[in-house]
Structures are given as structure tokens and as C-alpha cells.
Design a protein around this ligand. Structure first.
Ligand code: ADP
Ligand code: MG
Ligand code: MG
Length: 248
């Protein structure tokens, strides 16, 4: 589903991704772990098409389509979703309106009709309820006045409603207490499907007790330097990233 080859990217004049290779098949959940500054967020931004990042070499395809040639909204319509490490606040745009607009934009790009109001309300009620997001939070501006944990749950709500093909979660666990972490993990696990791939980026092993990955990769200085099964996460938890030349 996701195929990245020899990806190089820079910001300003500094090369951050230095020849990254990664393949994720449909149905698989991969985790990327790595020290701070290794380029994990940069990878997620480059895949989502954030400005400021210049790809200087390599390829990235989603179901065979050239992601790097698409505008960010086309990437979303093609089924890519990024849950941000630091979710942004959008004052003045009600959470509910945002969700509906995002869903309809995606349906439109796929040549589908807009969702009806009753269907949309039912969908949001169902998904928000499972994530403990209240009606009041749906009426508020996107993420405005949300706690750290509420913002992360709100990212998962967006993901549940958009049902992307490829979900990328960038340190969704950071700043979450154990109860919020479990709610988030449940939301993510509910989205696991043979038709969907997931990339879970995390600095810590803890999240992977709840979202059990098929493959774990270690990122260091802009490349994947090691890959293994879920036991690799436990090994890293014990040894830290010192073996890779950085303090954790
Ligand atoms: P990680 O998510 O693994 O902690 P990042 O992708 O955030 O790593 O950062 C990788 C490197 O790129 C770091 O050295 C960071 O300082 C640098 N970097 C990230 N974003 C920017 C930016 N907007 N401007 C300059 N340097 C950046
Ligand atoms: Mg970081
Ligand atoms: Mg990061």
C-alpha cells in the first residue's frame, strides 16, 4: 500500500531524510521508533505534503499512485490521513462543521454524493461516543480549549470518520495519561482492517502494548536503520537509543 524508496528531503538547506526506505502492505500496522530529532515528524509531514519540505530524491507511492506529485488535499482524497503530534486549534470553525466539510470534500474528490444530515449526525454520534467526545466538544471550535488528551482523541475521531486507507499517527501517545492512551488505542484498533495500513510513530514503547504492531522500525538520522517484530520495541525500551549514537 505504502512504498517509499530512497526518500531524501530537506528543510531550508538541511537534509533531514537521507535515503529512507519503507514498505507497508494493506492490513499491516508498522511502528517507527527513534530518538528525538531523527526525522520521524519530518517523514509524516513529507508524506502529507506539508510546505517547507523539499523532496530532493526518491519516491513515495500509495496504492501505486505517486504521492509526491499530489497536492495535500489530493493525498487526503487518495486516502492518506495524518494525526498530528501537535494538533492545531481552529477558532471559529465548529468541530462538527470541520468534520462534515472534510468528509464531504473527500467524498466529492471520489465522485460520491454529500452525506445527508441524518446520516452524518448518526455517524458522528456513534464515533464520538466511542471516544468519549461530548456533544459540547463537537460544537466548540476545532480543538479550542481541548486538553492535550482531548486533542489526540479528536484526531482519532477525524480518522474514524474519514476512514483513510493509510493512517499515520505521529506521537499520538505523547502527553496522554494511561486512560486516555487506552481510549486512543481502542479507537485505532477499531480501525485496523485488511484494507488499511497504519504507521504509528512513537518515541516510547508504551503505546505498542495497546496497539500491537506487525513490524517495528528504528529510525536514526533520517533513515530506517533496523526493522524487526514487536519484540524490537521491548528491546529498545530496555536499551534506549544509545546504541544508535543518541541519548533517548
Ligand atoms: P522527530 O520527530 O524524530 O523528533 P523531526 O522530524 O521533528 O524529528 O526533526 C528532525 C530534525 O529536523 C531535527 O534536527 C529538527 O531540529 C529539524 N527540523 C524539523 N523541523 C524543522 C524546521 N521547521 N526548521 C528547521 N529544522 C527543522
Ligand atoms: Mg520530536
Ligand atoms: Mg516528532
Amino acid at each position: 500500500m505504502l512504498d517509499i524508496r530512497n526518500l531524501h528531503a530537506r528543510i531550508d538547506d538541511r537534509e533531514i531524510l537521507k535515503g529512507l526506505d519503507l514498505t507497508i502492505n494493506a492490513g499491516e500496522v508498522h511502528a517507527i521508533m527513534g530518538p528525538n530529532g531523527s526525522g520521524k515528524s519530518t517523514l509524516s509531514y513529507v508524506l502529507a505534503g506539508k510546505d517547507d519540505y523539499e523532496v530532493t530524491d526518491g519516491t513515495a507511492t500509495l496504492d501505486g499512485e505517486d504521492l509526491l506529485a499530489m497536492e495535500p488535499d489530493a493525498r487526503a482524497a487518495a486516502g492518506l490521513f495524518l494525526a498530528f503530534q501537535y494538533p492545531i486549534e481552529i477558532p471559529g470553525v465548529a468541530n462538527m462543521t470541520f468534520l462534515r466539510t472534510a468528509l464531504n470534500a473527500q467524498r466529492k474528490a471520489r465522485g460520491e454524493a454529500e452525506i445527508s444530515t441524518p446520516d452524518f449526525l448518526r455517524l458522528v454520534k456513534d464515533k464520538a461516543g466511542a471516544l468519549g467526545i461530548s456533544q459540547e466538544m463537537l460544537r466548540r471550535g476545532v480543538n479550542v480549549g481541548f486538553s492535550g488528551g482531548e486533542k489526540k482523541r479528536n484526531e482519532i475521531l477525524q480518522m474514524s470518520i474519514l476512514e483513510p486507507k493509510l493512517c499515520i499517527l505521529d506521537e499520538t501517545d505523547s502527553g496522554l495519561d494511561i486512560d486516555a492512551l487506552k481510549v486512543v488505542a481502542q479507537g485505532v484498533n477499531a480501525l485496523r482492517s485488511p484494507k488499511r495500513a497504519m504507521l504509528v510513530i512513537t518515541h516510547y514503547q508504551r503505546l505498542l502494548d495497546h496497539i500491537v504492531p506487525d513490524v517495528v522500525h528504528v529510525m536514526h538520522q533520517g533513515r530506517i536503520v533496523r526493522s524487526g517484530g514487536k519484540e524490537l520495541a521491548l528491546e529498545l525500551e530496555a536499551s534506549g537509543y544509545a546504541a544508535y549514537g543518541d541519548a533517548a
